[in-house]
Design a protein around this ligand. Structure first.
Ligand SMILES: [Zn+2]
Length: 257
């Protein structure tokens, strides 16, 4: 009997391999941030950030069209990056941006607008685009991987999650019946006048949800089109962490470089 119980437990544990975004959601839930928009974007709880902006913010617009949401000279400054116990992951993420994109993360000196990368808030999350002034980017306990840092920094650069693209229904299926009740809004998609797409839809983008994101029953909530068993592991391109080529192209396209 003991062996049977063990096998049953093992069966549940191995039902699917947990992806990076599932990990982010779990860390955020444990840290008391389970209600973040799309799992890792602060929204209505922040007085600086009206709810309407969360869904209508045209942060995927071109630099010229939406200068308020872009960072000066494609340069993002970091208010405090040196005291992390896992600083290597943060700097490895900086290196990914430096190597592959025109965006540079540099220590803040006198810049008015900057990201404050902090461990103390708990959870892995970031605002989308440039808010103005100091804005927090959280990489708390459990968020120390390079891929998580790269993901949150890409939010900061101005990107939402891939599956919220206007054209996503051509590429993925959504299964509301498998979602935790009340989390369906995290699977909203934007209209063509709310966002720009910047290139093709990439199922493996570092900004794509995993198949089991917000799943209540260990069944997929989102899969590649006509792939209900999730044989295509969404949002998991990584070996050692980092971008897909599509992510690099989108960043460089947005920042005109
Ligand atoms: Zn995210």
């Amino acid at each position: 009997m003991r062996a049977v119980v063990f096998l049953l437990c093992l069966g549940v544990a191995l039902a699917h391999e947990r992806g990076n975004f599932e990990h982010i959601i779990e860390i955020n839930r444990e840290a008391g941030h389970g209600d973040l928009f799309e799992g890792d974007i602060p929204c209505e709880d922040n007085p600086m950030y009206e709810e309407t902006k969360c869904s209508e913010w045209a942060s995927w617009g071109q630099c010229e069209d939406n200068p308020d949401f872009m960072w000066y000279y494609c340069r993002m400054t970091c208010g405090k990056c040196d005291w992390f116990p896992t600083v290597d992951a943060i700097y490895a993420a900086f290196d990914q941006y430096n190597e592959h994109t025109c965006i540079r993360w540099v220590p803040r000196t006198t810049e008015t607008d900057y990201a404050h990368i902090s461990r103390s808030y708990g959870g892995c999350w970031s605002y989308v685009g440039r808010l103005g002034g100091k804005q927090d980017l959280s990489l708390g306990e459990g968020c120390e991987s390079t891929k998580t840092a790269v993901h949150e920094m890409m939010h900061c650069a101005g990107f939402y999650h891939t599956q919220s693209r206007t054209d996503r229904d051509y590429y993925v299926n959504i299964y509301e019946e498998n979602m935790y009740e009340g989390t369906e809004y995290n699977f909203a998609k934007y209209t063509a006048d709310q966002v720009d797409l910047y290139g093709y839809y990439d199922l493996y983008s570092i900004m794509h949800y995993d198949c089991y994101s917000f799943s209540k029953n260990n069944e997929p909530t989102i899969t590649a089109k006509n792939d209900p068993s999730c044989n295509t592991p969404l949002g998991q391109p990584y070996v050692g962490g980092g971008f897909r080529q599509s992510d690099i192209d989108k960043l460089n396209s947005m920042y005109n470089c």
